[in-house]
Design a protein around this ligand. Structure first.
Ligand SMILES: Cc1cc2nc3c(=O)[nH]c(=O)nc-3n(C[C@H](O)[C@H](O)[C@H](O)COP(=O)(O)OP(=O)(O)OC[C@H]3O[C@@H](n4cnc5c(N)ncnc54)[C@H](O)[C@@H]3O)c2cc1C
Length: 360
């Protein structure tokens, strides 16, 4: 029976990164499994440009140097000339990561389990077929956990009348007051008449597609935006808890992507972090890759405890944004903030509820 050098379980963003960043060599035989058809997937991954993302600059579809965090009463605009907000589409990432010199095979099946077998691992798929590999990279993760928050969203890429959008600035979060929901609109203007507009909620349960569509339509109407064409759609659920799974006791089994702890739980940003995770995995081969520092994880946890226990409409996010400049804000979002910035963030948070959340 053939023994593959590596088996990738789940060919999403991190599985793809493993194929390209670790196994792009003609001697490698790699097998990947995904129960979904990855060709049906497309969405945009946003991140602020960091040094570790610079090698992929030619995959970036658009960069913006300014971003807005707002509600109907207040508008905070940040700028950073050196660290723009960028997007890469899943389609571009997939194309890049599958363009390798190795021998790569994709099996469109669900993996049920795997276990050690002599010096290898045996992988069993839903149809009871067996495959052997020297190493396993596992990216399966639980999107929901009892009593934990999730970030859930639905977005539409639209064409509009000319000169509708300022394509130099994104709307990162425009909070709208929807009863009992922490809801915001996210807008990526690709040009003056084309944008992705997304409705996002932080709550314990996701909602029907129609719910998000209503919020998008409401926003479009309030802002007199006239849609001439709907081009594409994206939707998703991202865990707002630390979704990292226990490390396997066996060698050569690596948890990657969100499963490996790449997601910044308070924001749902994961893409740039999972790329960093795979870059580090290539260098160290260690199973202990901590992408987010202890202090940032603790801050996230306190903030999420606060969000879970307090109904709010985005005021904390706006306050944090107000107290930071663009450079400090993007540094924090990308896990690179200084102690001074962290202190400014802690100072921005409402005192009593946060002390409660700290011990919650
Ligand atoms: C629509 C959308 C937009 C997002 N936008 C951003 C963004 O702007 N910025 C950002 O930083 N992050 C964003 N994220 C979050 C995060 O970056 C992505 O979720 C990213 O794809 C996570 O990569 P992953 O490899 O951990 O998981 P995934 O990409 O979800 O890959 C896991 C794969 O495993 C497969 N799978 C699951 N179970 C099995 C099984 N038993 N057998 C075989 N295959 C299996 C799934 O089908 C899936 O393809 C977004 C997420 C979504 C869904």
């Amino acid at each position: 029976m053939k023994i593959y050098k590596a088996a990738i379980i789940g060919l999403g963003s991190s599985g793809l990164a493993v194929n390209k960043l670790i196994y792009d060599n003609k001697d490698n035989e790699v097998i990947a499994f995904d129960n979904a058809n990855i060709n049906n997937r497309n969405n945009y991954f946003g991140f602020w440009l960091t040094n570790w993302m610079k090698p992929y600059e030619n995959l970036i579809e658009k960069k913006w140097n300014s971003w807005q965090i707002s509600n109907n009463n207040l508008k905070i605009i940040h700028s950073d000339e050196n660290h723009p907000y960028c997007v890469i589409s899943f389609e571009n990432w997939k194309k890049f990561c599958l363009d390798t010199k190795n021998k790569f095979k994709l099996v469109n099946k669900k993996v049920i389990k795997y276990f050690p077998k002599e010096n290898f691992y045996k992988i069993i798929t839903e149809d009871n077929k067996e495959y052997l590999a020297e190493k396993i990279y596992d990216s399966r993760f639980k999107k929901k956990r009892n009593n934990e928050l999730i970030q859930h969203f639905y977005g539409i890429t639209i064409n509009t009348n000319d000169n509708t959008f300022n394509d130099k600035k994104i709307t990162l979060m425009h909070f709208t007051k929807v009863e009992n929901f922490l809801h915001f609109i996210y807008i990526l203007p690709f040009s003056h008449n084309k944008a992705l507009i997304e409705s996002t909620v932080f709550s314990k349960n996701n909602l029907s597609e129609n719910w998000y569509k209503e919020q998008i339509n409401k926003y479009l109407k309030e802002n007199s935006i006239n849609v001439t064409q709907e081009l594409s759609y994206e939707k998703g659920i991202i865990p707002m808890f630390f979704a990292d799974e226990k490390k396997s006791p066996y060698p050569n089994i690596f948890n990657i992507g969100i499963r490996g702890g790449a997601c910044k739980a308070s924001t749902g940003y994961a893409f740039a972090f999972l790329v960093k995770q795979i870059q580090l995995l290539k260098k160290t081969n260690s199973k202990e890759i901590n992408i987010h520092s202890f202090i940032e994880k603790k801050m996230d946890q306190v903030f999420l405890n606060y969000l879970k226990n307090n109904n709010e409409y985005g005021d904390s996010f706006i306050k944090i944004a107000k107290n930071l400049n663009g450079n400090e804000f993007q540094d924090f979002m990308m896990g690179q903030s200084t102690f001074k910035t962290k202190f400014k963030i802690i100072k921005s948070m409402p005192k009593f509820p946060f002390i409660k959340a700290l011990f919650g």
